[in-house]
Design a binder for this molecule. Structure first.
Ligand SMILES: Cc1cc2nc3c(=O)[nH]c(=O)nc-3n(C[C@H](O)[C@H](O)[C@H](O)COP(=O)(O)O)c2cc1C
Length: 194
């Protein structure tokens, strides 16, 4: 098989197949970060955008992942689509998206999610469910009848890839693995043993 030259276009094709095969959250992805001591942590987020510049997700920048990424600006993403028998791994430096990009996405979200972004002190200890509900009520009162602005601590991260790997299951565990390594403005593709 000839390895397709553009990994971003190849990712677009795989994600499109995933969207057709998986009714809920085909854009879910595990994102791994590390803290200042090199200790890794991982969680699922939703991929909200991607193009030649990179892969974007949104979150609270004061959350555990947010603080880790602001301190150690590298991440690894891992997609797995079981019905497709496909895995894609993306690695690279992370940058914060522009305020315009963050605003545009924030204002496209449901109002409840916008309120939640203010109410949730993501990843900090919570005393009770009631405490969270009271915070939600306070935010709703504060912005009653008006637009909910984007919290300054809520924005997107873009993973700027320097390594993208496509894995496709094959019989006898002799799977296909194609890794793309950033090479100047382009990519150098390489097969790997499974
Ligand atoms: C399907 C799914 C999608 C999620 N999407 C997001 C997301 O886009 N952004 C986000 O901040 N958290 C998302 N979460 C919650 C995260 O997994 C995580 O619990 C939260 O962000 C706190 O992580 P942290 O403490 O490591 O920062 C999602 C969880 C699941 C299961």
């Amino acid at each position: 098989m000839l390895i397709p030259p553009d990994p971003i276009q190849r990712f677009a094709d795989v994600l499109e197949r995933a969207r057709q095969a998986i009714p809920v959250d085909p854009n879910a992805v595990v994102v791994a970060t590390v803290d200042a001591d090199g200790r890794p942590s991982a969680r699922v987020v939703l991929l909200k955008d991607f193009d030649q510049r990179g892969f974007v997700f949104f979150t609270n920048h004061e959350s555990r992942k947010g603080r880790e990424l602001l301190g150690q600006p590298f991440a690894a993403l891992c997609f797995y689509w079981q019905p497709l028998d496909e895995q894609v791994r993306v690695e690279g430096r992370v940058e914060v998206v522009s305020p315009q990009e963050a605003d545009a996405y924030f204002h496209s979200r449901a109002r409840g999610s916008q309120v939640g972004a203010w109410a949730s002190l993501q990843s900090r200890p919570l005393g009770s469910r009631e405490e969270l509900e009271n915070r939600v009520e306070d935010v709703e009162k504060r912005y009653a009848g008006g637009e909910v602005p984007r919290p300054p601590h809520w924005s997107g991260f873009r993973v700027v890839p320097d390594r993208i790997e496509f894995w496709h299951a094959r019989p006898s565990r002799l799977h296909d693995r194609h890794v793309y390594l950033r090479d100047g403005e382009g990519w150098r593709a390489q097969m790997l043993y499974p």
